[in-house]
Every structure is written in C-alpha cells, then in structure tokens.
Design a binder for this molecule. Sequence first.
Ligand code: UTP
Length: 290
Amino acid sequence: MKKLRKAVFPVAGLGTRFLPATKAVPKEMLTVVDRPVIQYVVDEAREAGIEHFIFVTGRNKAVIEDHFDLQFELYDTLEQRGKNEVLSRLKGMQPAPGQTSFTRQQEPLGLGHAVWCAREIVGDEPFALLLPDMIMQSEPGCLKQMVDLYEKTGNNIVAVEECDPLETHKYGIVVKGKDVHSGFELTGMVEKPKPEDAPTNLYINGRYILQPEIFSILENQERGAGNEIQLTDSMLRLLEKQPFYGYHFKGRTFDCGSPEGFVEANLAFALARPDMKKHVTDFMREIAAE
Ligand code: UTP
C-alpha cells in the first residue's frame, strides 16, 4: 500500500452563498477567530502526515498563495519588536519550501473538474481531498482519524456524518455495508436524495482518501447535476472497480461556505480557546438576555 503523502484543496469555487463577502476576498480567506479557514484545513492535513499541499485555485484567489508564502519583512519586524510568541506560531504554520503547489482550474466546472486539474501534480499515488469550506473540531482531526483506518484497509475512504433525515436532499448520501475495523464497507452513494428515497442519513462531509485511478474516470466524466462535472458520479464508477470504506467521523463539522455555519464556527472555536472562553460566554449571556 502506498503511503498517503499528498492532499488536494479545491479552492476555485465562486462562493455565491457568501456574497458580498466573497466578491473580492476568497471564502477560504475569511477568518475563524484569528486564522483563515484554509489554515485550519491545511493544519488538519499536516497533523495527518501530509507532506505536499496542492491547491486548485481560480481567478481572485492569489491571496491564498501569498498566505502560505514566507514573509521576510513581517518576520524581521516581529523579531525586532520581541513578538516571539506570535512569530513562532507563524513559523509553525509555514509549509517548508517545495511543499506547496498551485494550479488553476480556469473555469469553475464543478468539484470533479477541480480535482482532475490536480492530476499531474498528484501523479500515480493516493491522495487526500479536503473541501476547505468544511472545517472540523476534533482531537485528533478528521483526516488523521481516516488515515488510521486507511492504514488497515487501503483503497478509498470517505468520511461521513449523520444529517437530519429530512435534509438528505442537501447532501451526498452513502449506502452502508458491513462494519470493517473502525469503518464500514461503502456499497453505494446517492447525490441529494429525497428523504423518502434516502438509503441512510449518512452524508459525505468533505474529507476523502482516493486512489489515482479516479483521474482517468474524471477525464471522461460527462457533466451531471447542475451541468457540473460531479465527483460523486466518478466515485460511483470507481466503486465498481475498487473497494470504498466509510468512516463515521467523531467530532463537529462547520460549513463555512454558508454564513450560519461560519458564525457557528467562530463561536465554537472561540469557546475552545481558554483565553477567550469566559469573555465570549459572558458576552453571549449578556446579549441573549436583552
Ligand atoms: P461548493 O459548491 O460548496 O463551493 O463546492 P462554491 O461553488 O464555491 O460555493 P457556492 O455554492 O457558490 O456558495 C465545494 C468545494 O469545491 C470547490 C469549492 O471551492 C469548494 O471548496 N469547487 C467547486 C471548485 O474548486 N471548483 C468548482 O468548479 C466548484
């Protein structure tokens, strides 16, 4: 089994649910407490052992590349001013030279197309796929939990969570087979089924481990729902040839692509910080009582 070393972050979406905030600023650069959303996802990947971070970007997303670059002037100024704590925090988040790659999707033709754009950089090895607008709160992170299963099963893994059974039409829903180690055999996937047609209420939460054979399938994938090249359609075809496993993620997920999920993430991550918890709790009590 090949070791999982690479992760793909598709960041070329238009972010229409978050306009006007995303008119000039990519949604991945909106901050949850004091870090951009994309930093949480990269940190999750690094914790899981990822060594190469591949970003599929689009127009107006150059600031993401700048964020992961080394900023000499800033580091010098912080050093001169004795701001050592923040400086070491920044350095700890900095990818090493050569650990990042950026490619452009050119046209937002769908998630499947964005993943396909990373094919040359990923090459012939398994890769993690992390949708950056979903951020997770758990110890260890979602991808690390999945890697623990991957080391036992190999093949393809999709993380899932339970949704409200009346809301299955908003998600990709999986069909569950028998339990295997800490996961289960995944025997099917249905994109946005009506509640009465849904096989389960387990939805795909935005974290995947995929084998490189997905690229040749994506290459020939016709447009599906929303006239976009859908990743789920290609995963279904890969499922005919290779095993897939589901992993029931233990933790909390926030959809930072929607304003509600973004506000919830800010509250949850602020409350998880010992230096902010009391202040935020007192403030919430105060405004809730008004
Ligand atoms: P979403 O559908 O949530 O992202 O795609 P979006 O299109 O940016 O958002 P809305 O619905 O208009 O608000 C899930 C992930 O896939 C990426 C997005 O950036 C997001 O991380 N994506 C989607 C691409 O990179 N390219 C695409 O063509 C579509």
